[in-house]
Design a protein around this ligand. Structure first.
Ligand code: GAR
Length: 193
């Protein structure tokens, strides 16, 4: 049974969906949620679901080894579910091929620093794109540049607002993110649990 630690900065609806998915699986379990925001909505979800949560600050993350040491002890996989800071090189190095992010667009389009959440959906609306989607990818030291594992698309209608686009993207995320994580874990570990 592999141990997943989720990083989330905001609402955490993906975090909740992943936690619930793995509650019925023997492949992996979500042991902790880590957040950089003291009042993130995801903390309430963790409480309700009985999953441990921890808040850390920039100093813990980049200046000291506090977060790294915690992960080395507690995590086999790290899942970024709406987490907005870049992962420091020392964590990327320690978890090569074990950190997975979801991005709410079809990378390499609409990626990079500042491109997150509603910023992405507004930009897509402004550019009158006819489709958008999700990208699930491994994480390296650069924002949104690691190897792509999975993408799924959805059509955008003329009348769709950025909020409508966000909802369509979230639906794809809920449908595909947990099962893609499980597939990676199974591929990397065979059927060993
Ligand atoms: C998700 O749509 C995720 O793809 C996006 O933040 C949202 C978090 O929603 N991530 C990024 O933009 C990362 N660049 P949630 O907190 O409800 O899961």
């Amino acid at each position: 049974m592999k141990r997943i630690v989720i990083f989330a900065s905001g609402s955490g609806s993906n975090a909740e969906n992943i936690i619930s998915f793995f509650q019925t699986k023997t492949t992996a379990t979500v042991t902790h949620v880590l957040t950089n925001k003291q009042h993130a909505k995801v903390l309430g979800r963790c409480k309700r679901l009985g999953v441990s949560s921890l808040v850390f600050d920039r100093n813990d993350f980049t200046e000291t080894d506090k977060v790294l040491d915690f992960l080395k002890k507690e995590a086999d996989y790290i899942i970024l579910a709406g987490f907005l800071w870049r992962i420091p090189a020392k964590i990327v190095e320690a978890f090569q091929g074990k950190i997975i992010n979801i991005h709410p667009a079809l990378l390499p389009k609409y990626g990079g620093k500042g491109m997150y959440g509603m910023h992405v959906h507004r930009a897509i609306r402004e550019n009158n794109e006819e489709e958008t989607g999700i990208t699930i990818h491994f994480v390296n030291e650069n924002y949104d540049e690691g190897a792509i594992i999975f993408q799924a698309k959805t059509a955008i209608m003329e009348q769709d607002s950025p909020k409508d686009i966000a909802q369509k993207v979230h639906e794809l995320e809920y449908q595909y993110f947990p099962e893609t994580i499980e597939k990676v874990i199974l591929e990397q570990n065979g059927q060993e649990k």
